[in-house]
Design a protein around this ligand. Structure first.
Ligand SMILES: *[C@@H]1O[C@H](CO)[C@@H](O)[C@H](O)[C@H]1NC(C)=O
Ligand SMILES: *[C@@H]1O[C@H](CO)[C@@H](O)[C@H](O)[C@H]1NC(C)=O
Ligand SMILES: *[C@@H]1O[C@H](CO)[C@@H](O)[C@H](O)[C@H]1NC(C)=O
Length: 821
């Protein structure tokens, strides 16, 4: 209203101004037209209204003046005097929003000058629709907005005025909003959106409404705008997990980064309010070490070693948090399933090492325990050992086994065993492990020393050097260390009454046997000793072996001429009948050799004779025979020097001289004896007789003794003393034990004397013995060639062999003697 008043005032001011300028004026003319009239439309007739003749108008040069700046919208038709519309008249263009709008013209008439004011009121017509400045009205309304909240909307404008301007607003039917229409101070109308029902972004994020503004014109015009209401989110939702509890099972040893489970929570909110992040709630460090949680995705991954044996169930609280910190929780239960990932373990609980080789079958050698950390089937273990050892496993209490022997052990065969114990579980695939124990067998002295040979024999040549080794024995004992260390010793025994230790000694360590003394074949041809091999165990074991020592002969004895007596002591003369034919036996040389075999094989030869060619000597028999018939011219006295030689290498020899007298008469004997033989030859017959008697006596005595001793058997052995060595007579050969009763027998000798009595094949032996009382110092003499001329019995005194064999061919000698006498 005020506005209208102001405009009226302004109008007045303009009119007044104009009036001042045109001091002559005659009343106004007023017209009213509607805007937007067709061009040429007649507004009114000026001539008629002025009361002027049409003709005079042109005469008086009637013209319409206007404000220079204004466009000439109306014009005057001079011929009719009509006022017409010259241009389109748009009120809104001319007056804008002003309520009253008029075009003012001055009609100037000349002659006389006359001026009339013409006012053309332009009436509004509803030619404009209400218009919103924007087709789209964007509104953002938080979902938390309360009911009744008001949201002013842009005003709609209508170029028209008055009733043609915006009068009303309408809103499409909708659930949430209604509309309130208010009037501005300037009278304009505007609408406010009123929230009638709370919004929920989560249900409807946007609301579109059609707002219509209408004017009051007729016909009514309207304009629309679309209201876009964007519902703004309020953090009104907490994250919601898809499951209240997540329960999964996970095989142990799952690889790193394996996704165990994905928790997911949704938040209905939008933007940061709906952004859910996940985190562990209250969980143990153990869980944190093993699992990781992806904050954004909710993936729970394997991060560490998952070991069923350590933990079989993991429980964790997971929280989901949205941008503004609303939190909810879920529970994740991860059950670990067992995988057969643990090998059985073998523990040697005890081991009786070393085990003695004499352990009885079934002896416990060790206790073994097996364990498996898995569970269920994976934990069941079977245990075994290899078959090639004399041991077995005997199951004992749960998971315990005894290792026992299944057969006898022998350290000398197998010293130690590598026993491999294999434990296999029943998982699939099964796992197994094995352990090797080294079990050694300790020694027990269960083996005696064993000699290399059943028996040993050695040959020693007589006259050996004392201390020389003659043989060696070896015994082996497979036992260990001292149980297998062999020492040798001689078993105390006697050889012909003499301790064997005076013959032999043995090196206790090496088994080398030494001769203690020099042997004499003529005394002892062989003997036996027993060697004991003993180990050093406790108690010791031993075995023994026989060592036979054979002494071999050496040509160390010269032939000994028994008959005739060697020259120089007594002279024996043989009578040779004058008529002895060629080939008749004249005499015989008797010699013996203490050696044996070849060394005692004697041969005879004449080295010197008075009449070479008259006598010859049997090379082996020693028989002296006439080579031709003895004739009277032959010298009565014949001397022959005989060499007796044995067959040894080198050979030894002796010589003797045989004196022969060719005569039929014994009385010739002294005659034939020359001066040099005077003394002995005068007594020759006497001596011969004595000798003969002695020999015969001795022989008889001997026979008697033999018979006597044979009759009364030996009661107990007595010791005969020979030098320093006691020889039990029990060791004498049976055929010489007889001599024991003689009393006079001081020592015994053995001689194998091969006397050649005409033929070498007819050797026969006489066994006899000599003693001190034997008056043999004149009849039995050693050959002069023998050094020292020692008495035979004296020489034999020290000998220890006790085989006494003397073979004499006495009968021949006796026969010859008798024939000579
Ligand atoms: C036992 O094993 C050891 C070492 O592994 C080896 O020196 C020895 O010869 C083995 N013994 C047997 C009887 O196999
Ligand atoms: C020898 O054998 C005995 C049992 O006869 C035994 O006690 C000892 O340990 C063995 N010695 C050695 C060195 O093995
Ligand atoms: C010698 O060995 C034999 C069997 O080999 C035995 O009977 C005898 O007792 C042993 N003698 C000694 C003294 O050990």
């Amino acid at each position: 209203m005020g506005q209208n008043g102001f405009m009226v005032t302004t109008s007045f001011s303009i009119c007044f101004f104009i009036l001042l300028m045109l001091h002559t004026s005659r009343g106004d003319m007023s017209y009213s037209i509607e805007e937007e009239m067709r061009r040429g439309s007649v507004i009114g007739n000026i001539a008629k209204d002025l009361g002027l003749d049409v003709k005079s108008l042109s005469d008086r040069k009637a013209r319409l003046d206007t404000d220079r700046t204004s466009r000439r919208l109306c014009d005057m038709n001079l011929s009719t005097g009509g006022l017409i519309v010259a241009e389109r008249i748009d009120r809104e263009e001319i007056c804008g929003p002003r309520v009253s709008c008029a075009l003012i013209y001055e009609l100037i008439l000349e002659n006389p000058l006359e001026m009339h004011r013409i006012v053309i009121q332009i009436q509004d017509i509803n030619d404009n629709s209400p218009r919103f400045s924007n087709d789209q009205i964007k509104l953002e309304i938080g979902e938390s907005a309360d009911k009744g909240a008001r949201f002013p909307l842009d005003e709609a404008h209508d170029l028209d005025t008055g009733v043609n301007a915006v009068q009303r607003y309408f809103l499409d039917k909708n659930d949430h909003f209604k509309l309130a229409v208010n009037t501005n101070t300037d009278g304009g109308k505007y609408a406010e959106l009123i929230l009638d029902k709370e919004l929920d972004r989560e249900i409807q994020q946007e609301v579109s409404l059609l707002l219509t503004a209408s004017d009051g014109g007729s016909p009514q015009r309207s304009g629309t705008a679309v209201i876009h209401v964007t519902v703004l989110d309020a953090n009104d939702n907490i994250p919601v997990f898809s499951q209240a509890v997540y329960k999964v099972s996970l095989p142990e040893n799952s690889p790193l980064d394996f996704v165990v489970v994905t928790v997911s929570a949704t938040d209905a909110d939008e933007g940061p309010n709906g952004e859910v992040t996940y985190d562990f709630g209250r969980v143990s460090d153990k869980v944190k070490n093993v699992f990781s949680l992806e904050q954004k995705t909710g993936e729970i991954r394997v991060k560490g070693q998952i070991d069923f044996e350590e933990e079989s169930v993991y429980e964790m609280r997971i929280q989901a948090k949205d941008g503004l910190g609303l939190v909810s929780y879920t529970k994740v239960i991860i059950e670990i399933t067992d995988v057969n990932d643990n090998k059985p373990e073998i523990f040697i609980k005890s081991l009786y090492n070393p085990i003695p080789e004499n352990a009885v079958i079934g002896t416990e050698a060790g206790i073994i325990n097996v364990q498996d950390n898995d569970s269920g089937e994976n934990k069941n273990i079977r245990c075994s050992i290899q078959h090639n050892v004399p041991f077995k496993l005997v199951p004992s209490i749960k998971n315990y086994y005894s290792l026992v022997t299944t057969s006898e052990l022998d350290r000398e065969v197998v010293t130690d065993y590598n026993i491999t114990i294999t434990a296999t579980d029943e998982g699939s695939p099964p796992l197994s492990s094995s352990k090797t124990i080294q079990l050694s067998v300790s020694d027990v002295n269960d083996n005696s020393p064993v000699f290399d040979k059943q028996s040993y024999s050695a040959q020693v040549t007589e006259n050996n050097k004392p201390g020389s080794s003659i043989c060696s024995v070896t015994a082996r004992d497979p036992d260990w260390r001292q149980n297998g260390t062999v020492f040798y010793s001689l078993l105390p025994s006697e050889v012909n009454g003499v301790p064997v230790s005076s013959f032999l000694s043995i090196n206790g360590d090496t088994g080398v046997i030494h001769a203690v003394r020099s042997y004499d074949y003529e005394q002892c041809r062989s003997f036996k000793a027993h060697v004991v091999a003993r180990d050093n165990g406790s108690p010791p074991l031993s075995s023994n072996v026989t060592v036979s020592v054979r002494i071999t002969d050496q040509n160390d004895n010269s032939p000994l001429i028994l008959y005739p007596a060697p020259a120089g002591s007594s002279i024996m003369t043989e009578m040779v009948p004058r008529a002895a034919p060629a080939g008749s036996l004249v005499s015989k040389v008797i010699a013996v050799d203490a050696d044996s075999g070849q060394n005692a094989w004697l041969s005879y030869q004449i080295v010197k004779s008075t009449d070479p060619g008259l006598f010859s000597i049997g090379q082996y028999s020693g028989e002296i025979r006439a080579q031709r018939d003895i004739v009277g011219t032959d010298s009565m006295k014949q001397n022959l020097v005989i060499l007796v030689k044995d067959n040894g290498h080198p050979s030894l020899s002796a010589t003797c001289t045989v004196y022969l007298v060719i005569s039929d008469n014994l009385s010739d004997l002294p005659e034939v004896n020359n001066a040099s033989y005077d003394e002995p030859s005068s007594k020759l017959t006497t001596y011969l007789i004595i000798a003969l008697v002695s020999v015969s006596t001795f022989f008889l005595t001997f026979i008697i003794l033999v018979v006597a001793v044979r009759l009364c058997h030996r009661r107990k052995p007595r010791l005969l003393f020979d030098g320093a060595v006691a020889i039990p007579s029990a060791y004498l050969p049976p055929n010489y034990a007889d001599m024991e009763g003689a009393g006079t027998l001081r020592s015994s000798y053995n001689y194998d004397t091969y006397l050649t009595t005409g033929s070498r094949t007819s050797d026969f032996k006489f066994v006899t013995s000599y003693n001190d009382t034997l008056p043999a110092d004149q009849t039995v003499r050693k050959s002069p060639s023998e050094a020292g001329g020692e008495d035979l019995t004296g020489r034999m005194e020290g000998r220890q062999c006790n085989e006494v064999k003397v073979v004499l061919s006495i009968s021949i000698a006796v026969l010859q003697m008798e024939r000579s006498l």
